[in-house]
Design a binder for this molecule. Structure first.
Ligand code: ADP
Ligand code: ZN
Length: 523
């Protein structure tokens, strides 16, 4: 770092805060030291400050790549509020006219501008690249960095061009930030941004005040929900449904039952949408029934429950949506209604999309199903999904921990799984491993001649559900892992090899059988 600065003083002077939140200070120091920095922090953790403050301290202009024009404008307005200096923050995107762009450029070249927000599609324009070559750039910040990965929830192909363009404009330190923290997405980001050796700062994604529960989705779901809402009198809640039609039907049904509820989805006209949203924020109603279009940027601190009428498409989405409960640190109940059949419907919706996208969608869906069907601690599974180990045996705040299921010994079953994965040279996904264990002569098995393997059929004593449970729980226990490049292929970890050499006890809980609960429920 060229200059000696007192960061706490700078924080107070520029933003009016007395102390840093979480890892902010360490992150900022790392960036100021000129190192590539990777920040994984849940929404609301205070990511923006991690690049805003350094940009004010360092010479030159920081280039912030951000995907949304609306987001960009908010950020620039916020920075301008903090600063007396005109032109301290600017953005370049397709909404600006020529005169505005000239003003921005002149402010940058005169050294006034500390932060320049650019949309990725503007960054790729030749004229902007030419201009930025002349600029003294302090560092690059890549916001919403998960947009770089097809496994994130908002893939944007232009994000893949960021690294080559940085190389063209001039290499400076990079800080990448995201609230999407699955190990796969994390790896994709670091690889694509050419920052595999960046310092990684990962905050915990645990939300101890949230209670997680999965209930079987039966024909009585509407009654169940009405009863639940009535037991929560006067409290605010969100109900997420997959389809717009369901949103409208359910909102109406709740109204008929004397519940103050309104619908919200992207198909409604924007005036009504805003009206309903405001009614919820101002507590004129208790319940908003919505598609996932609702919630982005909405900060109601005292949402006491989030209900998922339908299973979300990914655990990532589930985490974001349930995360809207209990923002104030108070109680937040997250209740999901699940039936196995819904998965098939969701898979059907994906048909027609490119094959690669379907494959990803299916994997994400399977992981959500694994979560829903498990009898393990929900928190443990969710955090494991984000690459975080939750050490406690009982979180005390999920359905499975409050009603623990009986454990059964599965030492031999785990050995069989590990041996099969090894026999398959770690090149197959869970579904296929189970086919081989169970001795199914599928066309794929036959084409690989895997029916000749010694392990073929070695697991016929157990049913498919048990094998699924063994594999899912072995993943969480760290005996097996999913390949990070070819996501989904099962590999045996060091701990798994050690287990095979010297098997110890491995207790599992059986998954809940959601298939036996079949009753036709419209989605
Ligand atoms: P994220 O981008 O991680 O979702 P933001 O950058 O929007 O989070 O910050 C969330 C909120 O926390 C904002 O209102 C911001 O002003 C506030 N904040 C950030 N850093 C601090 C701090 N050190 N002290 C107090 N509030 C902070
Ligand atoms: Zn638990």
């Amino acid at each position: 770092m060229a200059k000696e600065v007192n960061l706490t003083e700078e924080l107070k002077k520029n933003f009016g805060f007395d102390t840093f939140k979480g890892n902010q200070e360490a992150i900022i120091k790392n960036l100021l030291a000129g190192k590539d920095t990777f920040v994984l922090m849940p929404t609301g953790g205070g990511k923006s400050l991690c690049y805003q403050l350094p940009s004010l301290i360092l010479d030159g202009t920081a280039v912030v790549i951000s995907p949304l024009i609306a987001l960009m404008k908010n950020q620039v307005d916020a920075m301008r509020n903090f600063s007396a200096e005109d032109g301290v923050a600017h953005f370049i995107n397709s909404s600006l006219n020529k005169a505005a762009i000239d003003q921005v450029k002149s402010d940058i070249l005169s050294g006034k501008t500390k932060l320049l927000y650019v949309a990725p599609e503007s960054l790729t324009k030749e004229e902007n690249i030419d201009f930025l070559r002349q600029v003294n750039i302090s560092f690059y910040a890549v916001d919403e960095a998960h947009c770089i990965s097809e496994w994130g929830h908002d893939f944007r192909p232009e994000y893949r061009r960021i690294r080559p363009i940085i190389n063209e404009i001039g290499v400076r330190p990079v800080i990448a930030l995201t609230a999407t923290a699955t190990p796969k997405v994390q790896h994709d980001i670091q690889k694509n941004l050419g920052m595999l050796d960046a310092t990684v700062f990962k905050s915990s994604f645990n939300r101890p005040n949230l209670y997680y529960e999965v209930r079987p989705k039966t024909a009585n779901i509407d009654k169940d929900i009405i009863k639940y809402i009535k037991s929560q009198e006067g409290k605010s809640g969100i109900i997420y449904c997959l389809s717009r039609k369901k949103v409208e039907e359910l909102a109406e049904l709740l109204q008929v039952n004397g519940i103050r509820a309104l619908p919200y989805h992207a198909g409604m006209d924007s005036a009504t949408r805003t009206q309903n949203q405001d009614a919820f924020l101002l507590e004129k109603i208790d319940v908003i029934v919505a598609t996932i279009a609702f919630g982005m940027g909405i900060d109601k601190p005292d949402v006491r429950y989030v209900i998922h009428y339908d299973i979300p498409k990914s655990l990532e989405g589930y985490y974001q949506e349930t995360g809207r409960a209990g923002r104030d640190g108070g109680e937040g109940q997250c209740i999901t209604f699940y039936i196995n059949k819904d998965l098939q419907k969701l898979e059907k919706f994906m048909q027609g999309k490119p094959i690669a996208e379907q494959e990803i969608g299916k994997q994400l869906l399977l992981e959500t199903a694994a979560y829903a069907e498990s009898s393990l601690c929900r928190r443990k599974i969710l955090l494991h999904y984000f690459g975080e180990e939750y050490e406690e045996d009982n979180c005390g705040n999920c359905d499975n921990c409050l009603n623990p299921k009986k454990q059964v010994e599965a030492k031999d079953q785990l050995c069989a799984v590990l041996e099969t994965i090894i026999a398959l040279k770690e090149k197959f996904k869970a579904e296929y491993v189970i086919d081989v264990l169970m001795g199914k002569e599928t066309s794929q098995v036959l084409s690989y001649q895997h029916e000749d393997l010694e392990v073929f059929g070695s697991g016929q004593g157990e049913d498919e559900r048990t094998w699924n449970a063994v594999i899912r729980q072995a993943l969480i226990a760290g005996y097996i892992d999913k390949d990070i490049e070819n996501y989904g292929l099962l590999k045996v970890t060091k701990a798994g090899h050690a287990f095979l050499k010297n098997p110890v006890s491995f207790k599992i809980v059986k998954d809940v059988d959601f298939e036996e609960m079949e009753e036709e429920v419209p989605m």
